[in-house]
Design a protein. Structure first.
Length: 678
């Protein structure tokens, strides 16, 4: 007989079975067999920190499949670990650390979708049946972005979830080609690395585009030396490369662990997130020397830090593809020790309080935690700094300190125990209470940098506790109203927040030639707020709850001439009555194709190309490895085409190019004076 409440069946392409998972609760403190023959597990048998996974793998025809790879990756360990199924398709995996995992199974080109969010509690025993099916194959080539030559032995990694918990890798052959078979699903990110080249990724690919050509740009190298004021090398200094522009969004290098799982850092998706400003870091050697390899070409500032010295930076540098800069020198001055205590109003030291140090000359804040007597210390400090105690349940305390040539500077941060509660009511323009408004209250005093949030009750009343003394700033948000702000509040009682109904602003965009609805047009509001949306397939767009005021509304599509309108959003006479813009008709542009050459008639890759006088760089495209480019949405008429490159320079076509709507104008040639060859 089956165990009561068991979920049974065959897992087909990722559907899984968990026997007994959702059955009625039983007393685990005794061991017995019930009348139906099912066994009750005693608490003594439960493993306090691990789980067991078992199951059976089947092929496409439903036959047991031996030699299949069953993989897990998650909070207990990373990268993925695996076991193989026996000849009868069964697998047994004991002693798995309790945690949340992603489960996958595959054999060659046969694969099943991932079981994501698999929770393995301590002592859990889970059973799965998984049937595999043919997946698709991602094949491609890795080439030099400048020359188009194949790159051998590049590592190609595909990550198959939002954080890349499960990855597979391959290496390119002598022709730069690679192949990753047995892929299922359509949410994948590709990462490519090769010696001497800038790493690429994430590159999005799915079953609809199973082939990929990855062009890697030649990397740059920055070398130098960190010395003290006497010119002696400083060993053990941390040297970071900070990139400007697009470089600041790169994934930081130099880390070996996420700090929460074992193993190296997995590829991180570009979605979401806020990457650190630095793109690579190293530590100086015994003579103060350092080497920062595999840098993306562009502008950099090199920063150095050390416990005994004040942070210092280089001048701004620029490195091109494949270039090496070896003359970077950074001079560090001796810094002081900033020692202090965090105390309560009676002068007693407080243990375990986070303390933050910020300085204008330091790109990243420093953190410490107070000892049992409330003490903390920062070394290598110089100049104007602020130090802030950040307790968990009290307002912060902050002091500004000027540090010169003294060897030791002391400071005391006193946390106030007197707390205030801000009370009031959120109402609409008619005086009725607004329920569910999100209120954010910030202290105005720089010595107590506090921010608290709360929501208004059903009648609009609210209270925000644990605040320092006034004055405050208050911001209120609600889905049905425009945001409200009170810049300064001197009292803590009877605060009245009035929220106005937002304006629903809508319109439609058409093709001026055909009159058809135009989808995927980027529509931007620029005024009291800045907001973006896109037209739907029927050409319509809508902005909801926009504050009243004057706006510039712009319309942008890669194949059409851009437009802008000025509109005034007025308070609605009725809450739900929208304000509609006159129909927007966009004129289609033409396409210009051509190539960019340098002073030696060599193709220039990665050059920016655009049209107009002055050039419309916000609409620029880039040339490929053969120097070719394709410009879309160029306005009809005579157009000058301009190209620029950080090494080869900037120039434009010898004559204007005739552009016709919905037609392609080929043969544009731009010759730059400089040379991209070393």
């Amino acid at each position: 007989m089956r165990v009561a409440g068991a979920i049974t069946g065959l897992l087909v392409l990722g559907t899984f079975v968990i026997p007994g998972t959702y059955g009625p609760k039983t007393d685990p403190t005794s061991e017995a067999r019930r009348a139906d023959g099912a066994r009750t597990v005693s608490s003594a048998e439960l493993d306090g920190g691990s789980a067991t996974l078992a199951g059976r793998i089947y092929d496409e025809a439903g036959r047991p499949l031996g030699g299949a790879l069953v993989s897990l990756a998650g909070s207990g360990f990373w990268p993925a670990r695996s076991v193989r199924s026996a000849a009868d398709g069964r697998f047994h995996w004991p002693d798995i650390p309790a945690g949340i995992y992603e489960l996958r199974a595959s054999k060659g080109g046969l694969v099943a979708p991932a079981v994501e969010g698999l929770i393995l509690d301590a002592g859990a025993r889970r059973a799965f049946g998984i049937q595999l099916a043919k997946g698709w194959t991602l094949a491609g080539q890795v080439v030099d972005a400048h020359t188009g030559r194949a790159i051998r032995d590049a590592e190609v990694t595909i990550a198959t979830s939002g954080l890349g918990l499960y990855t597979r890798s391959a290496r390119s052959d002598d022709r730069g080609r690679f192949e990753l078979p047995g892929i299922v699903g359509d949410e994948h990110s590709l990462y490519v690395e090769a010696d001497g080249y800038v790493a690429a990724g994430p590159v999005r690919h799915g079953a609809a585009e199973p082939s990929a050509t990855v062009r890697l740009e030649r990397a740059a190298i920055i070398e130098g030396r960190v010395v003290d004021e006497r010119g002696w090398g400083i060993a053990g200094a941390l040297v970071r490369a900070f990139g400007e522009g697009e470089l600041s969004a790169a994934v930081p290098g130099g880390g070996d662990s996420l700090g929460v799982t074992s193993g190296p850092v997995p590829p991180i998706s570009a979605t979401g997130s806020g990457a650190l400003a630095f793109v690579r870091q190293v530590t100086t050697g015994s003579d103060g020397g350092f080497v920062l390899p595999n840098l993306r070409p562009g502008r950099y500032t090199i920063a150095a830090s050390h416990d005994d010295f004040a942070p210092a930076e280089s001048e701004r540098l620029r490195v091109g593809p494949g270039a090496s800069r070896s003359d970077v020198g950074i001079v560090m001055r001796a810094g002081a020790e900033l020692a202090g205590r965090v105390v309560d109003e009676r002068g007693n030291g407080l243990e375990g309080i986070p303390v933050e140090l910020r300085a204008p000359t330091e790109r990243l804040p420093r953190m410490s935690v107070t000892a049992s007597d409330g003490s903390f210390s920062f070394r290598g400090v110089r100049g104007e700094v602020s130090v802030t105690a950040l307790p968990y349940d009290l307002p912060p305390a902050r002091e500004s300190v000027a540090i010169g040539d003294d060897a030791l500077v002391t400071v005391e941060l006193e946390l106030a125990s007197a707390l205030y509660t801000l009370r009031g009511r959120v109402v609409d323009e008619r005086g009725f209470g607004v329920s569910g408004a999100l209120l954010t209250v910030s202290a105005k005093s720089p010595a107590t940098p506090t921010e608290r949030t709360a929501k208004s009750d059903a009648d609009g009343t609210f209270s925000v506790p644990a605040l320092p003394e006034p004055p405050f700033e208050l911001r209120a948000e609600h889905p049905a109203f425009s945001p409200a702000r009170i810049p300064e509040i001197e009292t803590s009682d009877d605060v009245r927040v009035v929220m106005s109904a937002g304006v629903t602003f809508l319109g439609a965009v058409l093709d001026d030639w055909t009159g058809d609805a135009l989808g995927s047009v980027r529509v931007r509001l620029d005024g009291p707020i800045e907001q973006d949306t896109q037209t739907r397939s029927d050409g319509t767009f809508v902005f909801r709850r926009a504050p009243t005021g004057t706006y510039e509304v712009s319309f942008l599509h890669p194949d059409y001439e851009s437009q802008s309108r000025r509109v005034v959003l007025e308070p609605p006479h009725y809450v739900d009555r929208p304000q509609e813009l006159d129909t927007v008709r966009m004129e289609p542009g033409g396409i210009v194709e051509g190539e960019v050459l340098d002073g030696r008639s060599e193709p220039v890759s990665d050059a920016e190309v655009t049209w107009g006088d002055p050039p419309r760089w916000e609409r620029a495209t880039r040339s490929d490895a053969q120097g070719r480019f394709r410009l879309r949405g160029v306005p009809a008429g005579a157009a000058w085409i301009t190209a620029r490159h950080p090494v080869a320079g900037e120039d434009w076509t010898a004559d204007p190019i005739t552009v016709r709507p919905l037609e392609t104008s080929p043969g544009a040639v731009i010759r730059l004076a400089g040379s991209v060859m070393e």
